[in-house]
Write a new protein. Sequence first.
Length: 238
Amino acid sequence: MTENAALVLFSGGQDSTVCLAWALARYERVETVGFDYGQRHHVELQARTKILDRLRQDFPDWAGRLGPDRVLKLPALGEISETALTRDKEIEVGKTGLPSTFVPGRNLLFFTYAAALAWRRGISTLVGGMCETDYSGYPDCRNETLQTLARAISLGVDRHISIETPLMYVDKAGTWAMTQELGGAALVDLVTEETHTCYVGIRTRRHPWGYGCGHCPACALRAKGWHAWHDNQKPLAT
């Protein structure tokens, strides 16, 4: 088992890309895994390849640490999920108080499959971009949920498996700040231009913070964080 290695759950979105950079700055070997579950914003899977290519090109110190990438297909999750992320439905808050973008069991399954892959690859650390500071109220994004899951997985595979969530207590403005701290202007540009967050899957509308419809909860959160971070930036000395 390789102690200084991590497997990052990498969707192609802003948060998972920042977490990937975080892992590359800390671990000697970093592998990535994505999931195709019939998501409405399927374009995020196309973004993954471009992001990985740019990380290797723009960050040579990280390129040697970046290992294999895999995409696992979980079509059954999309088939059983009547949500706005897997169906052409309105994004709204339901009777339960949860947004219609909540896909029950999604992160639980993602980490379970990732753990199975990590077990085979000799990796004991899983990294995800879940956050309970600026988030939509998803119960499977909470730290208690994920750390309980880590204990269950560890028992199930008879090996210690840890789940790292660098953004758990970081708001979106802090995520942009972390991006700059990790990789400077080059990483900020990569996240802005290449990552995809929009739930609707729009890649034709360019905003200061990136591409998206500009109205869905994911776009609104990303935009709010960008403005809070960007508007507080100090001008460079001349």
